[in-house]
Design a protein around this ligand. Structure first.
Ligand code: ADP
Ligand code: MG
Ligand code: MG
Length: 254
């Protein structure tokens, strides 16, 4: 089953072209890593997929499980099973984490034609999922992300992912980087949640995350396009040789 099919995608930010003809196909059961130098458009791509309003798609197509993703609002995309981790690290004072999670979870259930879970049943479910992230239940009653450490925020995001069971999870390791503990939390979560029915898109500037998550495919992004793809060994090659040789090989082919 093809989960995501991206053809010749182009997109602008503030009228500046950033994505310049991106192609990618992701099938169920696959973990894809997108690597590439700073500024190559990796985060832009993840935001375009999630439907961030500041990013204007100017061409190409994105099909998500047979649906035209580009015609869907961000909310609809989330309900349809796209999850962008690290998108909302915002703090929401006065809203408990468990209430926030229940609203997100129930909105996904409604989209699937299922009945909402009441607070009692949801509580039971969320406690089961806490194991995935080894999170202290005390975090459920705290305000969303308020005063959470970096690692706790990551745990919370993986908990959201465990609950929502997305069909396509997109994890963008932002340039600020994660410390090694946070990396392991993210990697453990991805490894536990990846299955034959879903797909993971792991976006990273550095190879280090891929020490813990073994991707089926590695893609290199440069100037808004995927310029080369390979297996997990490509990540190691990039680590030792940098990105420059990929650019040179690509230039030689043209
Ligand atoms: P990456 O995640 O690969 O580091 P980004 O997608 O964050 O790359 O950025 C790609 C390019 O888009 C960069 O040149 C960046 O300066 C530019 N860019 C990103 N966001 C904006 C914005 N809001 N306005 C203008 N340019 C932007
Ligand atoms: Mg960047
Ligand atoms: Mg980025």
């Amino acid at each position: 089953e093809v989960i995501l099919s991206v053809r010749d995608l182009t997109a602008n930010v503030d009228e500046t072209p950033i994505l310049k003809g991106l192609n990618l196909e992701v099938k169920a059961g696959e973990i894809h890593a997108i690597m590439g130098p700073n500024g190559s458009g990796k985060s832009t791509f993840s935001k375009v997929l999630a439907g961030h309003p500041a990013y204007e798609v100017t061409g190409g197509e994105v099909i998500f499980r047979g649906q035209n993703l580009l015609e869907m609002e961000a909310e609809e995309r989330a309900r349809a099973g796209i999850f962008l981790a690290f998108q909302y690290p915002l703090e929401i004072p006065g809203v408990s984490n468990v209430d926030f999670l229940r609203v997100a979870y129930n909105s996904r259930r409604k989209a699937e034609g299922l009945e909402e879970l009441d607070a009692f049943d949801f509580d039971e479910l969320v406690h089961e999922k806490l194991d995935v992230v080894k999170m202290n239940p005390a975090f459920l009653s705290r305000s969303v992300n308020e005063g959470f450490s970096g690692g706790e925020k990551k745990r919370n995001e993986i908990l959201q992912m465990a609950l929502l069971e997305p069909k396509l999870a997109i994890l963008d390791e932002t340039d600020s980087g994660l410390d090694i503990d946070a990396l392991k939390i993210v990697a453990d979560g991805v490894n536990q949640l990846a299955n034959a029915e879903n797909a993971m898109l792991v976006i990273t500037h550095y190879q280090r995350l891929l020490n813990y998550i073994v991707p089926d495919f590695v893609h290199v992004m440069e100037a808004g396009r995927i310029i080369t793809s390979g297996g997990k060994e490509l990540a190691l090659e990039l680590e030792s040789r940098g990105y420059e040789w990929v650019r040179e090989e690509e230039a030689a082919e043209v």
